[in-house]
Design a protein. Sequence first.
Length: 465
Amino acid sequence: MTLEHVSTSDIRSAFSAAMSAMYRDEVPAYGTLMELVARVNKEALAADQSLRERLEATDNLERISEERHGAIRLGTAEELATMRRVFAVMGMYPVGYYDLSTAGVPVHSTAFRPVGEAALKRNPFRVFTSLLRLDLIADAGLREEAAHVLSKRQIFTPQALELTAKAEQEGGLSQDDANRFVAEVLETFRWHDKANVDAAMYHRLHDAHRLIADVVSFKGPHINHLTPRTLDIDKVQALMPDYGIAPKAVVEGPPTRKCPILLRQTSFKALEEPVSFEDGEGGWQTGSHTARFGEIEQRGIALTPKGRALYDQLLEGSRRKVRPAADGSNSAAYEAALVESFADFPDDWASIREGDLGYFSYSLTEKGRAQRGSTSQDVDALIADGLIQFDPIVYEDFLPVSAAGIFQSNLGDGAQQEFLASPNQQRFEADLGAEVLNEFEHYAGMEQASLDACLHALSNRAAAE
Ligand code: OOG
Ligand code: NI
């Protein structure tokens, strides 16, 4: 990057803002959700002075209700590999591998997101990106036809490709080029109401799996939802019907807790929208398609592998007792089972840290900063002496069971389907043209760096005595 280059984070911010404007325009119910989220966030801040102070110190209050993520579904390896290059121009890199075949969804996924504290703080916008797995489709004939339809489409504009190559060659983009890049890349995410296929083909794809129809039938990977951050997800969930939007049956993820862990998310159900299919005689035949929705999220602490294993075990235990029905008929029972099961997950920061369940960022307290003379290198002792404090590191990734719940509720209630579990991270990375970053290693690295900085500062002071 040279002086006249715009920072990748600035490009990402501009892109996320442009996407938000486009989506509110395309899906009015999403604009309504944004209004509700802004209202609930404002009320939450007004009701809780300490929350307000904490957020003022760590976040930008102005941007609290902005989008945190969106999602797309791609059709081919080539699309995925090019998308990786496009996202890199915006400082977004593939983190994590999610196999959704186990949950009856024929895709595997990653999240393109900013990496590192500074970039996340500037703008954390991520895109959950799935690749369709035609290999999971039983009907060989249909598989081939779908692959053929996909091979004919080009989801990027020539200018988007040109500007991506230019950014790669020159190590960045000028302000003018960045503006053009955002406008051109936005085209890939736009809704196309004219299908690529005729109605008969659409229905065959749809019968194989609704998701296959969504990916294969259209000119591009329309953004299928955007997700602002809420400070009170239970309240937004409860208020959605008052705003004329239908929430999915349950909030995905852990239950309401004092110390939030990982990620809680919910959405309003995808809307049925008019589309038209080729009629084979150069004209169009009207029909409908259900794909687009709106979601909200609330994030908590990133868990260590040990904490995550406990989370998975407790979630599975509660789902064995009550499986959430898509029509919401057992939502209360599901929530009760979840709360009961998660009673076994410590709910104060000290116990979470002592149990090695979550990642924390360490810093010197005021007393620690004033400390003179030698100190121990024993972290527990330094905490007990009030020299070091610890704050939770926020989870920036996704959860496969939750993602499957979001997919399912938006694919229609009858869409449950079984596939053999077949994670294939190697294949995904070969298609992507890069390895995905391991999220656990990343959080562990952040924690260790904060700890090293504290110990280093303390021992430097001691040595200077
Ligand atoms: C993606 C669903 C996953 C999330 O928040 O877990 C997701 C999709 O429906 O394409 O966005
Ligand atoms: Ni989502």
